[in-house]
Design a protein around this ligand. Structure first.
Ligand code: NAP
Length: 296
């Protein structure tokens, strides 16, 4: 019997583990893939207070080592189900605990075209707030038509020399107010009814090829591409113990509690305003502290 089982070894989950171990609780962290979560993909992190610059890999390693030093148990197993009695079933076994923190994050939706994975951190980013600053006075493109893409384009228009906003339709899913604001920006150009069909470059991204609905193609020379075509959380398996919103994020009234007593949520997996490293570690610390307080 563990005190706390944490599902997910990203920034939120590992922070929960730090807080729980420092309170001397028996902790198990379950992770399906590798530790670190989404922040592993960050080329450089330069918006984390107190750390001027660090790579995502280095940050994740340091965090993981911190958790190991505190003697949290970490198992690389895939969680398949959690029940109301806080039994956690994995591909390898069953564990029981007094509290469970779900910190499974969310994955950025991918374009699934050639060289996409290869150019991550070499011109391709899924997070303008994280990486925008690396493109000061450069030419960038944002792909997508939702609020994230529109906000990203606005944010980048203050940093980059030029921003192409590439969207597959001629109307936007995101708010009209953002669209109007973008329309007034001299350095923003809408590239509508267009799909990105090729990512070009040798060692890093140098240009994209976009095709319109009639398959007319053109090449745009850019330094950076921000892909903002939505995210997919991975919370379907928890549906029996938590409520999900229409996008699949976990609902919580106060950002910590789910609908099931003793089951908490932290990080990108939950409905929230801002999905960043700072908010993930904040969530992780709060979830563990609340769980410990409410533990019998
Ligand atoms: P989203 O609203 O789901 O929009 C995704 C966009 O990407 C859509 O325009 C979609 O095109 C496009 N897209 C999807 N798959 C694509 C593909 N394979 N290739 C090219 N384009 C593709 O996602 P989001 O912008 O991340 O926002 C998620 C939720 O958070 C939304 O509810 C949004 O309003 C909310 N949000 C709110 C704020 C805010 O209020 N300040 C800020 C950010 C996000 P189609 O339109 O053609 O489907």
């Amino acid at each position: 019997m563990y005190d706390i089982i944490i599902v997910g070894a990203g920034a939120a989950g590992l922070t929960s583990a730090i807080y729980a171990r420092r309170a001397n609780k028996k902790v198990l962290v379950l992770e399906a893939k590798s530790y670190g979560g989404q922040i592993l993909n960050a080329n450089k992190i330069e918006n984390y207070p107190g750390i001027e610059s660090i790579s995502g890999v280095e940050y994740s390693k340091t965090l993981y080592n911190q958790v190991k030093k505190l003697k949290a148990e970490i198992k690389f197993e895939t969680v398949l189900k959690i029940d109301e009695d806080k039994n956690v079933f994995t591909n390898k076994g069953k564990y029981n605990s007094k509290a469970v923190i779900i910190a499974t994050g969310a994955e950025n939706r991918k374009l699934n075209i050639e060289k996409e994975a290869e150019f991550v951190g070499k011109g391709i980013s899924y997070c303008a707030t994280c990486d925008g600053n690396f493109y000061k006075d450069k030419v960038v493109a944002v792909n997508g038509g939702g609020n994230t893409a529109l906000e990203d384009a606005l944010y980048l228009s203050e940093i980059a020399k030029k921003v192409y906003l590439v969207h597959r339709r001629d109307s936007f899913r995101g708010d009209d107010s953002y669209v109007s604001e973008l329309g007034e920006k001299e350095n923003v150009e809408f590239v509508l009814n267009s799909h990105i069909v090729n990512l070009n470059g040798k060692d890093k991204l140098e240009s994209i090829t976009v095709a319109d609905n009639l398959n007319n193609k053109k090449e745009l020379a850019i330094d950076g591409l921000f892909i903002a075509i939505g995210q997919s959380p991975k919370n379907e398996i928890f549906k029996n113990v938590v409520d999900l919103n229409e996008y699949g994020y976990i609902e919580s009234l106060d950002g910590v509690h789910t609908k099931t007593k003793g089951i908490y949520v932290a990080g990108d997996a939950r409905v929230k305003e801002l999905r960043q490293l700072t908010t993930a570690v904040s969530d992780g610390s709060i979830a563990a502290t609340v769980a410990i307080k409410e533990m019998k």
